[in-house]
Design a protein around this ligand. Structure first.
Ligand SMILES: [Zn+2]
Ligand SMILES: [Zn+2]
Length: 121
């Protein structure tokens, strides 16, 4: 695939990047996006639903350990591998769910490349 041309970062409008955000802005933008979607009343409803609570609980019982490589901690966070961004199918798709411990989850949110288990070069 040909490389995408570099464009100014969507957030700071200064650094050139092949993606939406430059490396500096990416972690911040991710957190902001996440916050925005968790404020979505539709997503809030899903997060607070009995169905989600039950399925999340069941998922963490079935997947008691953090899925990060080399991590042996207990999982207590359900992470969406592909950010659902308010998408019903992605939100509820269990194949898109990852069990994570809090520190790995926080690290992922803050990491440069998203750290989804298949690092980009
Ligand atoms: Zn930027
Ligand atoms: Zn972990």
């Amino acid at each position: 695939m040909p490389k995408a041309p570099k464009k100014p970062c969507y957030r700071c409008k200064r650094s050139l990047t092949q993606e939406k955000y430059c490396e500096k802005c990416k972690p911040k933008a991710k957190v902001q996006e996440k916050k925005r979607y968790s404020k979505d009343p539709k997503v809030k409803k899903w997060l607070n639903s009995a169905r989600y609570k039950n399925e999340r609980k069941q998922f963490l019982i079935e997947n008691p350990y953090c899925c990060s490589e080399g991590c042996t901690k207990l999982s207590n966070i359900l992470d969406h591998r592909i950010p659902h961004k308010g998408d019903y199918d992605l939100f509820w798709d269990k194949s898109n769910w990852d069990p994570k411990c809090k520190s790995c989850h926080d690290r992922k949110t803050a990491s440069k490349d998203g750290g989804f288990g298949n690092p980009r070069r």
